[in-house]
Write a protein that binds this ligand. Structure first.
Ligand code: ATP
Ligand code: MG
Length: 271
């Protein structure tokens, strides 16, 4: 079912100038526009990453293509981009949406949690999982996620806690550069407490094996999921970047191990 934006909620922070919009599937999405100030390729990276992360079953928001009709833009002049002092119109058409976890009027989403609350996050494992992806994809941004409150099922009954969802894959494949420069600190989450349990490469399983044997068909599906007008004129470059990604699968264990060579080793318990 094609999804169409029906209501503007608010502008989000960040360099891509995403906007939170209500969509006609009954959900809200943080939408990055095709003509965002970062680059058109940011959207391609988000959508391709979403297909790969879905296969790896890493905790990410649902993503979707969102149609923004000219009539919506006319009725909602708040939806625009700002370049310096200039106001730039959003182009009608297909854009990238990352689903907000719930109703933004009722569900609070946090960009950061203090260290003292991190142990209450149900899925801290996902920080190790996503590091495998970030190294594989040469994500040039620090790791980013959102947290929201949830009741967690535990042996002593339901307890209040938090769930993390990994977001912002615009700078996978080195953002608009579509290449793979590797460096030890790249892709790490700023709160190193999430890596406390890391004692060896085995702590990055099963994701290391899943990447090593990543199916070519899923890469193909990722390629095919991209709307043609997002890659017009650079179809070959996209094919190349995905081919290089496929070739890099076997290098990920070395890239993870290389984090320990950084001046501040993020894995102090890996002896
Ligand atoms: N699925 C989501 N659910 C709730 N909030 C989200 C979601 N996706 C993004 N956000 C919020 O929107 C903000 C901007 O998103 P994101 O970091 O992807 O954009 P960006 O413009 O690329 O940012 P940056 O400046 O870090 O490159 C995030 O800080 C987060 O608060
Ligand atoms: Mg961001």
């Amino acid at each position: 079912m094609p999804l169409t934006a029906i209501r503007y909620v608010r502008k989000m922070r960040g360099g891509a100038q995403a906007h939170l919009l209500e969509v006609d599937d009954g959900h809200w999405y943080v939408v990055k526009f095709r003509n965002n100030p970062q680059h058109r390729r940011i959207l391609v990276n988000e959508l391709a990453a979403s297909a790969l992360l879905g296969y790896l079953k890493i905790a990410v928001p649902e993503t979707a293509l969102i149609q923004i009709p000219a009539s919506f833009l006319e009725a909602n002049p708040e939806v625009h981009l700002t370049l310096g002092t200039r106001q730039v119109a959003v182009e009608p058409g297909w854009h990238f949406g990352s689903r907000y976890p719930g109703d933004p009027g009722r569900t609070a989403v946090y960009d950061f949690l203090p260290d003292s609350l991190l142990p209450k996050v149900a899925n801290l494992d996902d920080f190790r999982a996503i590091l495998v992806f970030d190294k594989w994809a040469a994500n040039a941004d620090g790791r980013q996620c959102v947290f929201y409150r949830a009741m967690l099922r535990q042996s002593e009954g339901a307890q209040p806690g938090f769930v993390a969802r990994m977001i912002d894959h615009g700078f996978a494949f080195n953002g608009p550069n579509w290449d793979f420069p590797d460096s030890p600190l790249q892709g790490l989450y700023a709160r190193r407490q999430v890596y406390e349990d890391v004692r060896s490469l085995d702590d990055f399983q099963p994701w290391l094996d899943q990447v090593r044997h990543f199916p070519e068909e899923v890469m193909d599906l990722a390629w095919k999921s991209i709307p043609p007008d997002w890659v017009e004129g650079e179809e070959f470059e996209l094919e190349q970047v995905l081919e290089r990604l496929f070739e890099r699968r076997k290098r990920v264990p070395d890239l993870i191990a290389a984090c320990r060579e950084a001046r501040a080793n993020p894995f102090p318990n890996w002896k």
